[in-house]
Write a protein that binds this ligand. Structure first.
Ligand code: SF4
Length: 201
């Protein structure tokens, strides 16, 4: 049976494919990329490129909605910018599009790589997935694949993001650190600049 797989990033896709392969059902995955929540544009392109490379390695079909969805995302979360309220809207937006795509592609069931992540709210994802599936006449497959390990042959050397996706999550991730600032400690040392103690970077 064909299953439409909403893909948020390459590494979560690797885990989901391993989980599907271990399950009792013989699914044929159709990959679907539509993530208006990923910002800024260069980050969006890095993640999409990694997903394309994994799809090629796994020889799986990929439908990619490549429009940069910043405006759609901002409209969806306007007035609910704090987590987890914005995440509810983010899940609803993405699951709604994935369920509609599943229906268009003739897949009676769909799922999302979000259910492989330890950093996501599984109850909210499941509710959004079920609601969107009901609206589009397709079933949402939920499995807890948080502990599943991806095949390194599929995910090796692919870009791995440092934050969830939206510009708010980027702020949450980096607001208390300066480790990403340039130049890195090794360059400062070669220039005779004393590196800061680790805890102050
Ligand atoms: S933190 Fe992640 S799930 Fe929540 S709104 Fe941002 S991108 Fe979406």
């Amino acid at each position: 049976m064909r299953i439409l797989v909403h893909v948020c990033c390459a590494h979560c896709l690797g885990k989901l494919l391993a989980g599907l392969a271990d399950g009792p059902e013989a699914y044929e995955p159709v990959l679907y990329w539509d993530n208006p929540n990923i910002h800024p544009l260069i980050e969006y392109r890095r993640r999409l490129k990694a997903v394309k490379m994994l799809a090629e390695r796994a020889a799986l079909p990929l439908i990619a909605e490549e429009g940069y969805g910043l405006v759609d995302f901002c409209r969806a979360v306007h007035g609910r910018e704090e987590a987890p309220l914005r995440c509810v809207q983010c899940y609803i937006l993405r699951m709604g599009r994935a369920a509609a795509a599943a229906d268009r592609e003739g897949c009676s069931v769909y799922t999302s790589t979000l259910v492989t992540s330890c950093h996501q709210d599984h109850r909210l994802i499941r509710e959004a997935g079920d609601m969107a599936g009901h609206a589009s006449g397709v079933a949402f497959l939920y499995r807890d694949w948080r502990e599943t390990q991806a095949d390194p042959a599929l995910t090796g050397m692919l870009y791995h993001q440092q934050y969830c996706g939206c510009i708010f999550s980027e702020y949450d991730r980096f607001k208390d650190t300066t480790t990403h600032l340039w130049p890195p400690p090794v360059v400062r040392a070669s220039e005779g600049v004393k590196p800061l103690p680790r805890e102050r970077r």
